[in-house]
Ligand binder design. Structure first.
Ligand code: NZQ
Ligand code: ZN
Length: 393
């Protein structure tokens, strides 16, 4: 195991009705006037925004509202949010929604105290030195942004989707009520489940040896997702299964399951170009990319792929030919994703093979290499897109 530091300061408030305590937690974490930042309408339609506003009013917290965050959040709304916060003297950002509302909130939080353009943090020109505090009320188990120090935003003008990170933007608190996720369409539930599993796999495939504890934590999250996701697809209001998925989504991405080991993250980078170009859901893009990435790299450590095939999918270990077991595990993953309604290839996702050169160019590694498990060149990435384009069950 490698040396590590792990900072996960977020206060998680979990369970039924907890959104009604939003005001208490904003006050506890020092907020007096919040920007209430949310998405395209689900939280308004369900009455959640009204309940959160009542809770804020009961705690004497002032409120400024900015809705309209789109999935794959855009820089344009972030600029509006920064202006609004400065004008209104906002001292706390409360995100209500999923990864998109939370990431947009984090971008606003880091932009308010910064004299330059907030995009500097996303293009690597500046490191985050200060940010307004952020809290969240989560409505979809997926991106894990409620417990992560990351934010991903798309620049509208040229469609560049980029991420940044710092412990300074980890939420101060996150309210997790599994009931709120019962209104999710099955497709969004499945996209979220795929993203959660991908966050674990990005960490599971590592060159670091002797990491039994994090291997086993990863497997616990994956086994939970394989058990619970079909249950909520069949019965959306199954509270206990929703609860297990919601906590799995948070645990998958606080980095608890990834400390002390090298991580990969190429599948995420490769996917982000798809959701930037086609505006598809991040989880759907991952469903197409991650099995293709696995097929491309599995020979780098056949035994690790065979191990997860046995432990997660119950495959029979073929000791004479472990590569057979490894490939069977990847097939099981793709079949599972298909069974929960995820796309298998470019055509099902709505992507086009002729765009591959453009996707690789926007990925932007030039002659370099990237990735923690297997270092990939631009030609390798093009090949992964091609495998994804033609994938079948
Ligand atoms: O906008 P509304 O109307 O709320 O609709 C949303 C949206 O259409 C809907 N939804 C959310 N909760 C709902 C609901 N519909 C009915 N009932 C509910 N309870 O679901 C759709 C997707 O929402 P979104 O916030 O986009 O989902 P997700 O949490 O998957 O976030 C995706 C974004 O997070 C980024 C992704 O790249 C993408 O931009 N990521 C952020 C990460 C991070 N900050 O740590 C890590 C991830 O790997 C990921 O890259
Ligand atoms: Zn993700």
């Amino acid at each position: 195991m490698n040396n590590f530091q792990f900072c996960s300061p977020t206060e998680f408030v979990f369970g039924r009705g907890t959104e009604n305590e939003a005001g208490i937690y904003v006050k506890k974490h020092g907020g007096t006037k919040v920007l209430l930042h949310y998405g395209g309408g689900s939280a308004v339609r369900s009455g959640l925004i009204d309940r959160v506003k009542q809770s804020l009013a009961a705690s004497g917290i002032g409120v400024v509202e900015l809705g309209g965050v789109k999935p794959n959040p855009r820089d344009t709304l972030v600029y509006q949010g920064i202006e609004l916060c400065r004008k209104e003297g906002v001292d706390f950002i409360l995100a209500v929604g999923g990864g998109s509302s939370i990431d947009s909130s984090k971008a606003i939080a880091m932009g308010v105290p910064y004299a330059g353009d907030f995009w500097d943090f996303y293009c690597g020109k500046a490191a985050i030195q200060a940010a307004l505090p952020v809290g969240t009320v989560l409505t979809i188990a997926a991106a894990g942004s409620e417990g992560s120090g990351d934010s991903v935003v798309t620049r509208e003008a040229d469609g560049l989707k980029r991420g940044t990170g710092s412990d300074l933007i980890r939420p101060r608190f996150s309210i997790l009520n599994p009931e709120l996720t019962c209104t999710l369409p099955a497709y969004q539930t499945a996209c979220g489940a795929t993203d959660i599993m991908a966050h674990v796999f990005e960490r599971y495939f590592t060159n670091t040896q002797e990491v039994e504890i994090t291997d086993r934590l990863c497997e616990a999250v994956l086994l939970t997702m394989v058990k619970e996701t079909p249950r909520v697809i069949a019965q959306p209001d199954l509270y206990e299964a929703r609860a297990n998925i919601m906590w799995a989504g948070t645990v998958a991405h606080t980095n608890l399951v990834g400390v002390g080991r090298e991580q990969d993250w190429n599948s995420h980078g490769i996917e982000h170009e798809l959701s930037a170009l086609y505006d598809c859901a991040h989880g759907a893009g991952l469903a197409v990319i991650m099995p293709a990435w696995m097929e491309f790299v599995y020979q780098h450590d056949v035994m690790r792929f065979a191990q997860i095939a046995v432990r997660l999918w119950g495959c029979q270990m073929n000791f004479a030919h472990p590569d057979v077991t490894a490939l069977e595990g990847i097939r099981c993953f793709r079949r599972f994703l298909h069974s929960i309604g995820m796309p298998v290839n470019f055509a099902e996702l709505g992507a086009k093979e002729e765009d591959i050169p453009k996707l690789v160019e926007k990925f932007g590694i030039g002659d370099g290499k990237t990735g923690g498990f297997v270092h990939l060149s631009a030609a390798d990435i093009a090949e992964i897109y091609r495998i994804a384009a033609h994938a079948a069950l």
